[in-house]
Design a protein around this ligand. Structure first.
Ligand code: SF4
Length: 312
């Protein structure tokens, strides 16, 4: 079984974003202040990160109702105001690790609602970020996940504004924006896709046409990792979303799969560097000759996940 891999190219932008680094750092600091710390759902959507906190003794709860005491950490995606209220009314110490860019959307939504707008929010209605956003103006936000959903927004709604989930694809949002403008020519538009998302998507679009295969490292729970995999797959047919290096299948790389000499690698905004390093290591191990790894020019510093209480 011959594997002719010669080169791995890492996308210009990949891995941890500001909001994820900040949330992990807040959670890590909180661990030192209380021995009864619970993270509401997932601090960020990555299985390895979630597992690291569990190993370090931090609790996890999928509902605020089941956090009995101590400190609760609101994750990077944020939560609805009623979650904060419930937590405080039950005497919990609340630590807010919501990404500032998500908080910015909360502010925009509240202001628009106060000003009498109905807000069309483009996003996944099941995503935690969306649920938190809706909670800031429950009777004013209409979530749409595709163009067809726009039919649900009645022309009689009055003043309309459009916002987006931080991890949406820019071209998709532009398409929604055009349709909203046709139906509501005076609609106010707020492109709230975050810059980290856009940079990672652009980098995948730039890299995918230049390689024989693309690997996106990220968990299936991560909206932005899934989006990167979708974008990658639309350009490079041999694209795979992997959670860890163990997911890499040798048959993807063997000559029977075609000529795979150059592999492109990227990772979602919640993927720690050690998982990306693991994927590189695995590819190097299985290759039949030395593999060159081309790193981006501007990657500032490595993203570590060294938890204070982590025995390793
Ligand atoms: S992807 Fe953007 S909005 Fe989400 S946590 Fe990262 S910086 Fe914040």
């Amino acid at each position: 079984m011959r594997i002719g891999l010669k080169k791995i190219i890492i996308a210009e932008h990949y891995g941890f974003c500001m909001g994820v680094k900040r949330a992990i750092s807040i959670a890590r600091d909180t661990m030192g202040t209380d021995d009864r710390v619970t993270i509401l759902k997932e601090i960020v959507h990555n299985d390895a990160v979630v597992e690291e906190f569990q190993k370090a003794g931090v609790g996890q709860s999928f509902s605020i109702d089941s956090v009995e005491n101590g400190t609760v950490i609101i994750p990077a995606h944020g939560a609805s105001p009623d979650v904060f209220e419930k937590a405080r009314s039950r005497g919990l110490n609340v630590v807010d690790a919501t990404c500032p860019l998500v908080i910015r959307i909360h502010r925009i939504i509240r202001k628009l609602a106060e000003d009498g707008y109905h807000i069309v929010h483009y996003g996944d209605p099941e995503h935690d970020e969306t649920k938190g956003i809706v909670g800031h103006a429950p009777n004013r936000v209409i979530v749409i996940s595709d163009l067809d959903n726009l039919n649900r927004v009645k022309s009689s709604e009055g003043r309309i504004a459009l916002t987006s989930q931080t991890t949406a694809r820019d071209v998709d949002f532009q398409q929604i924006e055009r349709a909203v403008k046709v139906k509501f020519p005076r609609a106010e538009v707020f492109n709230t896709i975050c810059n980290a998302t856009k940079q990672r998507q652009d980098a995948v679009m730039e890299l995918a046409p230049r390689v024989d295969m693309m690997l996106i490292v990220g968990s299936r729970t991560s909206a932005n990792s899934n989006r990167l995999a979708l974008i990658s797959g639309s350009i490079c047919k041999t694209s795979y979303l992997i959670n860890t290096a163990d997911d890499i299948e040798l048959k993807w790389l063997t000559e029977s799969a075609g000529i795979i000499e150059v592999v492109g690698l990227s990772a979602g905004a919640s993927t720690p560097d050690f998982l990306i390093d693991g994927a590189i290591e695995r590819l190097r191990e299985v290759a039949c000759e030395p593999v060159e790894v081309v790193y981006p020019k501007k990657k500032a510093k490595r993203n570590t996940l060294a938890l204070k209480n982590d025995p390793t």
